[in-house]
Unconditional design. Sequence first.
Length: 169
Amino acid sequence: MADDKDLEGDEPKGGKKKLIIIIAAVLLLAVGGAAAFLLMGGEEESADATADGQSAAEEVVDKGPAIYHKLDPVFVVNLPPGGKAKMLQIEVDVLTHDPRVDEFLTQYDPMLRHHLFNLFSTQDQAALASREGRETLQAETQKLLEQQMAEQGLDATVDAVYFTQFVLQ
């Protein structure tokens, strides 16, 4: 009988252990569920952002492949007097996704080169020596090209203008 009492005494202790384990498991599941809920809630926002990002990427794909048009030969212009550099040599590449822009650049090359020569030859050497000055010239070049396209009746844009060679002498 003493053994029965010891067994009965062990059962409540074992029952307490089981109860503690069950409570710990329930808490662990609750914490895990809450964490999963929060993470999935964040993923829904990320999924929305990804969907928006994919739609933006699809727009780029819908435009077509990247087309680089090199304005060849390179531009060599005299700079205004007063600076150390007397001459600017610059190679220009134009990025577009619109084949009409590429055709325009080919068809109107002499006119565009004329306007670009005028733009490049009026630049201040000191401004061109800095990165900001070159970036400003890139923006002005892109604006000039888009302005000329608009004047000729082409409703299109240039995606970017790159100076692949830039020498001040």
